[in-house]
Design a protein around this ligand. Structure first.
Ligand code: GLN
Length: 483
C-alpha cells in the first residue's frame, strides 16, 4: 500500500479497495519503523491523522469525492498548524504551538487530506542539505551517508522512502526542486503569488513560495490544486483563476519550443549530469519538442545577488524572534538587552546567525547602495533575461543541480561551497517564475534531476511536459533499496 501514488490512492478509495483509516495506519506504522534511519519527521500527529482519516471516510460514505479526500500527507514544519508544534527546524521555536493554521494547511484539510506529521527542514529554511536543523540532519534514502538536499529535506526523504505519497514544501532559492533532484522526486515551485504565504514562517518574503513534493507530475498536479489560489490574507497572493491541472496533463508536446541556456553547461557541471540532461532532451524531442539554444547572460551574477537579498530579508523577518512574545527565552535575563541577546544567541543556530549578520550589514546605512541596491538591480536583469528568452521558447530546460547529493558533513566548513550549488535554482526565485524538477537518471546510485522553467502562471505547462516525459521514462518509478 505504501507504494501507491496520490492518484492511485484516490482511485483505491473511490473503489472502496481500502479506507483512508487503513491506509493511514499502514503509513504511521511504516514511519515508526523506518524513520529512525532518516530523521525526516520533527513531529508525528497520529491522533489528528486518525481523526482526519475517519472524517474523510465518513465524507466519502456520504457520497463526497475528491482527489485529496482521505489522502495522507505531511507538512514542512514551517507551515503553521494550530495547536501543533511548528518549529521551523529551530530551537527558537521548539516550544511554539501555532495559534492558527496556515492557508495551505487549512485549504488542504478542507480538501480532506490527512496530516501524518511535520517534516524536518533546515533551520528557518536556510540551507541546501538539511544539516542546519536543530533536530539533526536528515539522511538520503538512496544512500544514508548522503544529504537529501534542503531546505525541504524531511519532506523529500519521507516521500522518497515511501513513508507517504506526497508532502508540502517551500522554495526560496531551490528548496523544493533541489531536494526533489537529490531524492528522485518531482517537485514544483509555483509562480510567486500562486500559493498563499499566510502562516508560512517567513525566510525571505519576496522569494518564498510553497509547493508540492511528490513522486510524479500527476501527484504534484493533485497537491498543487489543493494549495493554489488567491488569499486575501496574503497581500502578495495573486487573484488569477486556478486551472484544472490534472485535466491539462495530456496535452501534446508537438512543436513545444524548449530553450536550453548555453550558460548552464559551464565548467561547474558534473559531465555525467550533463549527459543525463542531454538524454532527457532527446526523450522530449521524440515527443515532438523542438530544441533551441538560448542565453541567460546575467546568470553568473545571480548567486551573489541572492545571497545579499535573501539574508537582508531574513534579518528583517527574524527580528520578531526577540524572546518576548513567543519562542525561546533565556533564563534570568539581567535587563532587556541581555534578554534579546541571549534569547537570540541561544535560539538561533550558526547558519541563521551568519545570515542575520550578513543581511543586517547589507542593509546598513553605509552599505545599502553598494550591496542591497546593486543586488536588486541584478535581480531585474535576471528577470529581463528570462522575459527575452520566453519570447522565443515555451519552456527552459537544464540541470536542477550541478552535482548529485554530497556526503553528510562535506560542506559544513565552507558555507559558500554550498551556496554555489544553488546556481540553477535561485534565478527562478529572483524572477518569481515557476520551476519543476523531475527525475532524469542516476550517477553513482544517486538521483539526478532535470529542471524545467516556464513563464508566469504556466505551472500547467510544466506539469504537462513532466507528465508526458514520465509516461515515456521510468526513472521516477525507481525505489531506494531498503524502502
Ligand atoms: N539553499 C538556499 C538557501 O540556503 C535556498 C533555500 C530555500 O529555498 N529555502 O538560502
Amino acid at each position: 500500500m505504501h507504494q501507491l501514488t496520490l492518484a492511485e490512492i484516490a482511485r483505491g478509495l473511490a473503489d472502496k479497495k481500502f479506507s483512508s483509516e487503513e491506509l493511514t495506519k499502514v503509513l504511521l506504522a511504516r514511519i515508526t519503523q523506518l524513520d529512525p534511519q532518516l530523521n525526516s519527521f520533527i513531529s508525528l500527529t497520529e491522533e489528528l491523522a486518525l481523526e482526519q482519516a475517519k472524517a474523510a471516510d465518513a465524507r466519502r460514505a456520504n457520497g463526497e469525492s475528491g482527489a485529496l479526500l482521505g489522502a495522507p500527507i505531511a507538512h514542512k514544519d514551517l507551515f503553521c498548524t494550530q495547536g501543533i508544534r511548528t518549529s521551523c527546524g529551530s530551537k527558537m521555536l521548539d516550544n511554539f504551538k501555532a495559534p492558527y493554521d496556515a492557508t495551505v494547511v487549512s485549504k488542504l484539510a478542507a480538501a480532506g487530506t490527512v496530516t501524518l506529521g511535520k517534516t524536518n527542514m533546515d533551520e528557518f529554511a536556510m540551507g541546501s542539505a538539511n544539516e542546519s536543523s536543530w533536530y539533526g540532519a536528515v539522511k538520503n534514502p538512496w544512500n544514508l551517508e548522503h544529504v537529501p538536499g534542503g531546505s525541504s529535506g524531511g519532506s523529500a526523504a519521507a516521500v522518497a522512502a515511501r513513508l507517504l505519497p506526497a508532502a508540502t514544501a517551500t522554495d526560496t532559492g531551490g528548496s523544493i526542486r533541489q531536494p526533489a533532484a537529490f531524492t528522485n522526486l518531482t517537485g514544483l515551485k509555483p509562480t510567486y503569488g500562486r500559493v498563499s504565504r499566510w502562516g508560512m514562517i517567513a525566510y525571505a518574503s519576496s522569494l518564498d513560495q510553497g509547493g508540492p513534493l511528490a513522486r510524479t507530475a500527476e501527484d504534484c498536479a493533485i497537491l498543487l490544486q489543493g494549495m493554489a489560489g488567491f488569499d486575501p490574507n496574503d497581500s502578495t497572493s495573486i487573484d488569477e483563476p486556478v486551472p484544472d491541472y490534472a485535466a491539462g496533463l495530456n496535452g501534446s508536446l508537438q512543436g513545444l519550443r524548449i530553450g536550453v541556456p548555453k550558460e548552464y553547461f559551464g565548467a561547474g557541471l558534473d559531465p555525467r549530469i550533463a549527459d543525463l540532461i542531454q538524454n532527457s532532451i532527446k526523450e522530449l524531442q521524440k515527443l515532438g519538442a523542438v530544441i533551441k539554444e538560448i542565453s541567460l547572460p546575467n546568470m553568473q551574477h545571480a548567486i551573489p545577488a541572492y545571497y545579499v537579498i535573501a539574508p537582508a530579508e531574513a534579518s528583517s523577518n527574524l527580528s520578531r524572534f526577540d524572546g518576548v512574545r513567543f519562542g525561546h527565552r533565556c533564563e534570568d535575563p539581567k535587563n532587556l538587552e541581555d534578554l534579546y541577546k541571549r534569547s537570540r544567541g541561544e535560539g538561533f543556530g550558526a547558519e541563521v546567525q551568519r545570515r542575520i549578520m550578513v543581511g543586517a550589514y547589507a542593509l546598513s546605512a553605509g552599505y545599502y547602495d553598494a550591496y542591497y541596491l546593486k543586488a536588486q538591480k541584478i535581480r531585474r536583469l535576471v528577470k529581463n533575461d528570462f522575459m527575452a528568452a520566453f519570447n522565443e521558447v515555451d519552456i527552459i530546460l537544464g540541470p536542477t543541480t550541478p552535482n548529485p547529493a554530497w556526503k553528510l558533513g562535506a560542506k559544513n566548513s565552507d558555507p559558500v561551497a554550498a551556496y554555489l550549488e544553488d546556481v540553477y535554482t535561485i534565478t527562478a526565485n529572483l524572477a518569481g517564475l515557476p520551476g519543476l524538477s523531475m527525475p532524469a537518471g542516476f550517477v553513482d546510485g544517486l538521483p539526478v534531476g532535470v529542471q524545467l522553467l516556464a513563464p508566469y502562471f504556466q505551472e500547467g505547462r510544466l506539469l504537462n511536459v513532466a507528465h508526458q516525459y514520465q509516461l515515456h521514462t521510468d526513472w521516477h518509478t525507481r525505489t531506494p533499496t531498503g524502502f
